[in-house]
Design a protein around this ligand. Structure first.
Ligand code: SF4
Length: 314
């Protein structure tokens, strides 16, 4: 039987996250080209009951009871199935029951059903909501997310905007960049402009890090991710990269190598800032060269400046 409750696992966005699978594997409203769940996704848009909320909450409670050490206790319980969590018609009841366990509650959704008032009302009970925001031009949206035929992008955008007006928790967006699909400067500008209207707390830019369903799908390269970051920054205050490394922008251990690797996993760093960090820490100019040679960081150009970011392509 597939595991319905797992973790806690480390997550840069959520700290220690205890995951809850509220729907069976592979049931989704989308069939994204980069999805690691695979092509065998069962697509549907009708909400239904999958599991009893009491059963799921009971399993979470049991897992929490088994945590001996306070430092292992989760920062969030996260509803994050391998499919779309809002397809669960009991989502609202499930959130209420999980919140009674005294841990903040997060939901990671593709946003496809957010135009429905019931879905909005249910998600309003969460403390953290992450919406997928890969593209807002209809053609590209269809290409990257392969949505169910009855979904409407305009309604999804409007749904997120309405939800944001009422939601007092933390709301973030996640944009997955796929090489040659949604990463041109025009696309990125359009995506950033729409996300700006959602007023997210953070707009994350991610790249596929696990083997995708379609072999031809490749992550955007470092130079493109750097460009995407700067385009997003023109519109959105807080932008961070999710490139598969658990970077911590605030870590300052005073060790150039560790500091640079953790910072550049989250934000591209301009060369002058890198040299300043080098001065403040070990002062050895070779340290930067070594990281480049080891293929751990990449030097890229944007708007007349050099930037460094954590290397994620092979
Ligand atoms: S929304 Fe998530 S689960 Fe659904 S197809 Fe896309 S990546 Fe896979």
């Amino acid at each position: 039987m597939e595991r319905r409750v797992f973790g806690p696992v480390p997550s840069r966005r959520l700290g220690k996250s205890l995951g809850v699978n509220n729907i069976p594997y592979k049931i989704c409203t989308y069939s994204c080209i980069y999805c690691q769940v695979g092509k065998a996704i069962k697509m549907q848009i009708n909400r239904q009951e999958f599991y009893k909320p009491d059963d799921l909450a009971g399993e979470v409670k049991e897992l929490l009871n088994h945590i001996q050490n306070e430092k292992d206790y989760p920062d969030y319980i996260t509803i994050v199935p391998d499919g779309e969590p809002t397809l669960d018609i009991n989502l609202g009841v499930l959130i209420e029951k999980l919140k009674m366990l005294g841990v903040p509650l997060a939901v990671i959704t593709n946003a496809s059903l957010i135009d429905q008032p019931e879905v909005q009302n249910e998600l309003l009970k969460a403390d953290f909501v992450s919406f997928k925001a890969d593209s807002f031009s209809p053609e590209t949206w269809k290409k990257i997310n392969i949505p169910h035929k009855q979904l409407d992008l305009q309604r999804i955008k409007e749904g997120i905007r309405v939800f944001r007006n009422y939601f007092s928790g933390k709301m973030v967006t996640e944009t997955m960049l796929v090489k040659g699909v949604n990463d041109s400067p025009e696309e990125l500008k359009n995506t950033a402009r729409v996300i700006q209207g959602f007023k997210p707390d953070v707009a994350y830019i991610a790249i596929p890090t696990r083997p995708p369903a379609f072999k031809k799908v490749e992550p955007s390269d470092e130079g493109t991710v750097n460009t995407a970051y700067h385009i997003f920054k023109e519109y959105i205050k807080n932008v961070e990269l999710l490139t598969g490394y658990e970077g911590n922008a605030f870590a300052s251990a005073g060790n150039f190598r560790d500091d640079l690797l953790s910072i550049t996993a989250v934000h591209p760093m301009r060369e002058d800032a890198v040299l300043e960090l080098l001065d403040k820490t070990d002062g050895n100019k070779n340290s930067l060269e070594v990281l480049l040679q080891e293929n751990l960081v990449e030097k890229v150009q944007y708007s007349g400046h050099s930037y460094y970011l954590r290397k994620f392509t092979r």
